[in-house]
Design a protein around this ligand. Structure first.
Ligand SMILES: Nc1ncnc2c1ncn2[C@@H]1O[C@H](COP(=O)(O)OP(=O)(O)OP(=O)(O)O)[C@@H](O)[C@H]1O
Ligand SMILES: [Mg+2]
Length: 341
C-alpha cells in the first residue's frame, strides 16, 4: 500500500464548491454536509469575523453601524482574499471529520479563472487545513454530478446558471471542448428587478426582497396563463416611508428579459464554436441545466424554444457541482484526468 492510500484510510477528503451565492462542501463517504450562503459579517473597525453562512445571512440589512455584511466571492473569483479565506476555513472546519491526517481538498473553480484567483483558492484551502489542493473545473464537475457520460467520445452539454455566473460548456472524451461564461446569474436578475421597480413604481426594494419576488412569481417566459402575484415591501423614493405593492409574473418578466437573452446568447456562442460532429450530438441528446438560477419557472421551456435543443433541469441543480467533485474523491484517476493543472 502506498503512503497516499494509507493516508487516505485515516481521513476523509473534501470537495468544495465555493459559489458567489452559496458554498457547498462534500465530505467523502457522506455527501453534501455544508450548504450555506457565501456571506460573512465583519466587525467594521477590526475586520474580525463575527459570523459566516446562514448566521451571517440572517444579519443582512440588520447590522448596526459597527458591523458590515459582505460576500467575499464574486462571479466565481475571490473578491476579498482575507475574508474569503476566513469563510472557507469556517466551512471546511464544519465539514471536516476530526482526524490526525489533513484531508485532500478538491476546489471547484470556473474554467476561465485567472492565475491570481487560482492561486488564491489554492492558498485559502491550504490555510484552511488541506494536505493537498486540487482545482477542478466547475462545469466538468457539474457534468459528472449530473451523471453525463463525459468520458465518452460524444458531445454532452451543461449550462450552470449560478448566482453570479452562467457557464455553458461542451464536453467529450473527458475534456472541455468549448466553454463560455457570462457574468449573468440569479443575482443579476434580482438587481434588474430592484432597478425596474425603482424606475416604474418609485419604490426602493432590497435585493433580498427582489429575490423573494423572483422565486415566488418570476418566470422566464412571456404571457403565461400561469401568472402569479407577489406582494413586495420597500421604501417610497419620495416620501421615504415603507410601502407595499403587488408585482405579477409579467412585471418581473419585463425586468429580467434582457438578461435571459444574455443567458441564451452564451449557449448559442458555445455551440457555434463547437465542432459540427459534437454539436450534432447535442442536437440529439440536448443539454442539462443546473445551478440555482435554473430553477426560475419556465427556464427549461424558454431555452428549449429559443435554441431548439432538448433541455432538462438536473435533479438537484444546486448540488451537481459538489456531487461531481465529490465523486472524483473516490476515483483518483478520474480526478487527475479532469483536474486543472
Ligand atoms: N426557485 C428559484 N427560482 C429562481 N431563482 C432561484 C431559485 N432558487 C434559487 N435561485 C437563485 O439561484 C442563485 C443561486 O444559485 P447557486 O447556489 O447555484 O449559485 P452559486 O453556485 O453560489 O453561484 P455561482 O456558481 O455563480 O458562483 C441565486 O441567485 C438564487 O436567487
Ligand atoms: Mg455555482
Amino acid at each position: 500500500m502506498g503512503v497516499e492510500s494509507a493516508l487516505g484510510r485515516l481521513t476523509r477528503d473534501l470537495a468544495i464548491d465555493p459559489g458567489s451565492s452559496n458554498t457547498r462542501v462534500f465530505l467523502q463517504g457522506k455527501g453534501v454536509v455544508v450548504d450555506e450562503p457565501s456571506v460573512v459579517t465583519l466587525q467594521r473597525d477590526t475586520g474580525q469575523i463575527v459570523a459566516v453562512g446562514e448566521e451571517a445571512r440572517a444579519m443582512v440589512g440588520r447590522t448596526p453601524g459597527s458591523m458590515v455584511t459582505t460576500r467575499p466571492l464574486k462571479d466565481g473569483a475571490i473578491a476579498n482574499y482575507k475574508v474569503a479565506e476566513g469563510m472557507l476555513q469556517a466551512f471546511i472546519a464544519k465539514a471536516m471529520a476530526r482526524g490526525l491526517v489533513k484531508p485532500r481538498i478538491a476546489v471547484c473553480v470556473p474554467s476561465n479563472l485567472d492565475d491570481v484567483s487560482r492561486r488564491s483558492f489554492h492558498e485559502s484551502a491550504r490555510a484552511a487545513g488541506a494536505r493537498e489542493v486540487v482545482l477542478l473545473p466547475s462545469s466538468m464537475s457539474a457534468a459528472l454530478g449530473c451523471g453525463l457520460p463525459v468520458l465518452d467520445p460524444r458531445g454532452t452539454m451543461v449550462v450552470d446558471i449560478g448566482g453570479g455566473l452562467t457557464e455553458a460548456a461542451v464536453f467529450s472524451l473527458g475534456g472541455i471542448v468549448q466553454a463560455h461564461t457570462v457574468a449573468v446569474g440569479g443575482d443579476a436578475l434580482d438587481r434588474a428587478i430592484v432597478a425596474h421597480v425603482s424606475e416604474r413604481y418609485g419604490l426602493t426594494l432590497s435585493e433580498q426582497m427582489a429575490e423573494i419576488a423572483k422565486r415566488e412569481a418570476g418566470r422566464a417566459t412571456e404571457g403565461s396563463r400561469r401568472s402569479k402575484t407577489v406582494a413586495v415591501r420597500g421604501r417610497d423614493r419620495e416620501s421615504g416611508m415603507p410601502r407595499q405593492i403587488e408585482l405579477n409574473s409579467e412585471h418581473l418578466y419585463a425586468a429580467i428579459a434582457p438578461l435571459l437573452d444574455q443567458i441564451v446568447e452564451a449557449i448559442r456562442h458555445t455551440l457555434s464554436n463547437t465542432p459540427p460532429e459534437l454539436a450534432g450530438d447535442i442536437l440529439d441528446g440536448g443539454l442539462v441545466l443546473c445551478g440555482g438560477g435554473a430553477r426560475l419557472a419556465g427556464m427549461e421551456r424558454m431555452i428549449r424554444s429559443k435554441t431548439g435543443l432538448p433541455c432538462v433541469l438536473a435533479e438537484n441543480p444546486e448540488h451537481c457541482v459538489a456531487f461531481g467533485a465529490g465523486a472524483t474523491l473516490d476515483h483518483p484517476e478520474l480526478m487527475e484526468r479532469v483536474a486543472i493543472v
